[in-house]
Design a protein around this ligand. Structure first.
Ligand code: SDX
Length: 429
């Protein structure tokens, strides 16, 4: 009967070690027994960028990168995008089960009744330049929220965690909308509790002088689908940041601000903004071959393509391509979609991309949809951060409740100088 163990022989000493295998992994700490002498620190695994390191055990999101599978708590993303809405999906991600009718009503009421911001937040939001990037505003105002809710530091109190989670999910759209209105020099539009989560977000963004904003149901539904698709994605860069910062037991507002800062990067959530700039720069389908050549020559990346985990088509990109057509039935069709579709067609046939298993990811189509809905390019990553807040908080809470987790503090391989003595300035070469 095969044993769930790994037998290693250290050829430096001839010693053999048998390490237990659990969930197809070995524990790194089991390597520490491998020594060449009694005072040896012991062996570590070296894994820059965590290419092959499981940092936690999680039950939130499952991805099969080879098959292009994505499930939240076991439910396929395709079914949730078709049948659910963002708040229900956020409940599922956070609590592990779809809500009953009563639970859904209570959840929606709690979120709806926490959408207002403290008026003082407007004071420092007004301090930003008109052209301040909305992600810069979001990261700093979310961090500042920790000063308005100091009890959020009671991270071991389930009731306190629940209240902060509701506040963060409820207030992210308001923060984002206020940042957008500030950038246009328009007055802030306050939440309308008669509207759904995504309808209210559109209201706070686009309400003009009318007494009551009437959101377009097709656009509100498209935003729901976009938010569902962006809600969580297991241990991505920003989720890892949320867990790492949260492991020091700081408050959830500071951890979400750190996660949002990670998402801001062009290799992560900032890619949707870069895709639009790339498509606009290409300008027309006849320019695609020369652009593809510049990518293959290593001069630039094909933004919105490639993924650390998906080595097949990102299932979210498939759904977004269909959502784009639905949105364009309400808005005018973006010419950039034709460039994107032709770019995808060419790239999927080209050996450079095929060999590297580079497929469109979630950011490839999302920006085209957001632009058609009237969002400026600079707000695209904010539109990623709003729904991902639910995923970050689910990962954070799972980390806090995991008895195996401690403060995240990796080791290193030191290759620097050995000990040396101080050199007085006059003797330095
Ligand atoms: C998100 O992790 C998540 O789950 C993230 C996310 C989520 O929901 O949280 O899915 C959201 O961040 C999606 C990714 C958005 N980023 C982009 O679209 C930016 C462009 N993509 C790349 O920068 C890249 O593909 C990454 C960052 C997404 C993944 O990079 P990896 O896994 O570190 O792969 P790599 O950079 O080592 O690339 C492997 C090879 C290299 O070629 P060689 O050196 O082997 O010759 O593929 C090439 C890379 O040069 N390559 C690309 C490319 N992506 C990788 N070449 C051209 N264009 C690209 N986009």
């Amino acid at each position: 009967m095969p044993k769930d163990t790994l037998t290693l022989t250290d050829n430096r000493t001839g010693k053999t070690y048998e390490l237990p295998i659990e969930n197809s992994t070995i524990r790194s700490m089991d390597l520490r027994q491998i020594k060449v002498s009694p005072d040896d620190f012991g062996m570590m695994a070296y894994d820059p960028a965590f290419m092959n390191t499981a940092s936690c055990r999680s039950r939130v999101t499952f991805i099969d990168g080879e098959k292009g599978i994505l499930r939240y708590r076991g439910y396929p993303i395709e079914e949730l995008a078709e049948k659910s809405n963002f708040l229900e999906t956020a409940y599922l991600i956070l609590k592990g089960e779809l809500p009953t009718r009563q639970q859904a009503l209570e959840w929606e009421n709690n979120i709806t009744n926490h959408t207002m911001l403290h008026e003082n937040i407007k004071k420092f939001m007004d301090g930003f330049h008109h052209d301040a990037h909305p992600m810069g505003i979001l990261v700093s105002t979310v961090a500042a929220m920790s000063t308005f809710y100091p009890l959020g530091r009671n991270i071991h109190d389930p009731e306190s965690r629940k209240r902060q989670i509701q506040r963060l999910i409820a207030k992210m759209p308001t923060l984002a909308a206020f940042a957008y209105r500030h950038s246009l020099g328009r007055p802030y539009a306050y939440p309308d509790n008669d509207l759904s989560y995504t309808e209210n977000f559109l209201n706070m963004l686009f309400k003009a002088t009318e007494l009551k904003y009437k959101p377009d149901p097709a656009l509100a539904r498209a935003l729901d689908v976009l938010f569902i698709l962006h809600a969580d994605h297991e241990q991505n860069c920003s989720a890892n940041t949320m867990r790492s910062v949260g492991s020091s037991l700081t408050d959830p507002y500071s951890s979400v601000a750190a996660a949002a800062a990670a998402l801001y990067g062009p290799l992560h959530g900032g890619a949707n903004e870069q895709v639009l700039k790339m498509l606009a720069e290409i300008g027309s389908t006849d320019k695609i071959p020369s652009f593809i050549k510049s990518v293959k020559d290593g001069e630039r990346k094909l933004m919105g393509f490639g993924h650390r985990v998906y080595k097949n088509y990102d299932p979210r990109a498939k759904i977004l391509r269909k959502t784009a057509e639905e949105v364009f039935e309400v808005t005018e069709r973006s010419p950039l979609l034709d460039i994107a579709i032709e770019l995808e067609r060419i790239a999927l046939e080209d050996e450079y991309f095929v060999k590297r298993k580079l497929y469109p990811n979630v950011d490839f189509y999302s920006g085209i949809i957001y632009q058609a809905m009237g969002f400026p390019t600079s707000t695209f990553t904010v539109l990623f951060a709003i729904p991902r807040t639910a995923g970050w908080l689910a990962q954070w809470e799972e980390m806090l409740q995991d008895s195996e987790q401690k403060i995240a503090r990796p080791r290193q391989v030191y290759l620097g100088h050995g000990q040396r003595s101080y050199i007085p300035t006059e003797e330095r070469g």
